[in-house]
Design a binder for this molecule. Structure first.
Ligand SMILES: [Zn+2]
Length: 372
């Protein structure tokens, strides 16, 4: 995702993007404590793969830099297929779904469409699918309302709040000019029109599908009310809440510029530690894996490491932009300023909320953070 705002994902919204820290360990996967029961094998276009009886893995391409696929899941129920997530709404996505409906998913209708969260690679084809099969969209309320509001927010220029957010973060003039020139409101370019109403799912709900009981486990921080689905026989459809090799984006956005999403994210990690460590995790990106708790530990440690380095950096006052080289392994290109700013501000706000740094705002409206 080349943009700084959830209000403006741009044309290539990699909401999940690897921006690894400079010295993050790069161990071979088999040394990192995760086990991939299907290895690196993945289903090809038009294929499905049954990871457990009645649980089918679908993989759609994504036209995003650095992230080329998303995993979707089709659960077999008596009434039809229950789809979990839908792919991004780009040309060809409908044809790809139709090929599945004529091929491996033939013989049953789609009976339910469930979406884990509002990001375009997950919700993009939901409206199209719901209309095609005349079924409601099932999603958490906050995620639905956010997606709907984004489809309606189209402007010629970024709103003043977005410019102010980027100025506060210390963006250089040329990056600010690029932001201004890029327009605003690209969400509906990659999300098919959403239904005007929805069916709510929420934390703790139990959905009976295909002889299993699936409990909704809500995560926060990557998106505001992200639904994971946990089965009573050891499967966890984790969406973007737990990914084996990608650190999910946890960002502050101009729509909620004082938010503390990293606090939400780290709390969610603690919540997820309550899940049986033996579950087979079915993530939205990369491959199914065992080792949920190992991965939760890695995610928590990665953020703790970044926070520690950031706190040390703030011995002298720093802007968000001035923290990029500490937080991220690669130099941040202009097109990645948005996502990098969101993540940097999320870490700064975590420290600020807990009284470890404080904010100094200069006459130009630029925020610098200094250790207390
Ligand atoms: Zn996401």
């Amino acid at each position: 995702m080349s943009d700084q705002s959830l209000s403006d994902p741009g044309v290539a919204p990699a909401y999940v993007r690897i921006l690894a820290s400079p010295d993050a360990p790069r161990l071979p996967e088999d040394l990192r404590g995760l086990h991939y029961p299907f290895g690196r094998w993945v289903p090809g276009p038009g294929e499905v793969f049954e990871v457990a009886p009645g649980v089918h893995w679908i993989r759609f391409p994504l036209p995003l830099g650095g992230l080329d696929h998303i995993n979707l899941w089709a659960l077999e129920d008596d009434a039809g297929w229950v789809l979990i997530d839908t792919g991004i709404g780009v040309p060809g996505a409908g044809k790809a779904w139709d090929a599945l409906f004529k091929g491996p998913l033939a013989g049953k209708p789609v009976s339910r469409v469930i979406v884990t969260h509002y990001h375009p690679d997950h919700i993009g084809m939901a409206g199209w699918l719901c209309k095609r099969w005349n079924v409601p969209l099932e999603i958490a309320r906050t995620e639905y309302l956010l997606a709907r509001s984004l489809t309606l927010d189209i402007r010629a220029e970024p709103p003043p709040e977005a410019m102010d957010f980027s100025i506060r973060a210390g963006w250089p003039d040329d990056a600010l000019a690029n932001l201004r020139n890029r327009g605003w409101g690209h969400f509906n370019k990659i999300v098919s029109p959403l239904p005007a109403g929805f069916k709510r799912i929420r934390d703790g709900d139990v959905l009976a599908i295909g002889g299993r009981q699936w409990t909704i486990v809500t995560g926060r921080g990557h998106s505001p009310e992200h639904s994971c689905l946990l089965s009573n026989d050891g499967l966890m459809i984790s969406g973007d809440q737990v990914l084996p090799r990608i650190t999910s984006n946890v960002s502050v956005y101009p729509t909620e510029p004082y938010a503390d999403p990293l606090g939400d994210w780290l709390e969610s990690i603690e919540t997820l530690r309550g899940i049986d460590p033996g579950v087979l995790v079915l993530p939205a990106h990369n491959e199914p894996f065992h080792g949920l708790h190992v991965r939760l530990d890695q995610l928590a440690a990665d953020h703790a490491d970044k926070l520690e380095k950031l706190l040390a950096l703030c011995a002298t006052p720093r802007t968000a932009v001035e923290s990029f080289s500490t937080l991220f392994r690669k130099p941040i290109a202009d097109s990645d300023y948005g996502i990098a700013t969101g993540e940097a501000v999320a870490h700064l706000h975590w420290l600020e909320e807990r009284g470890k740094i404080r904010r100094l705002t200069d006459a130009s409206g630029v925020d610098r953070f200094v250790a207390v």
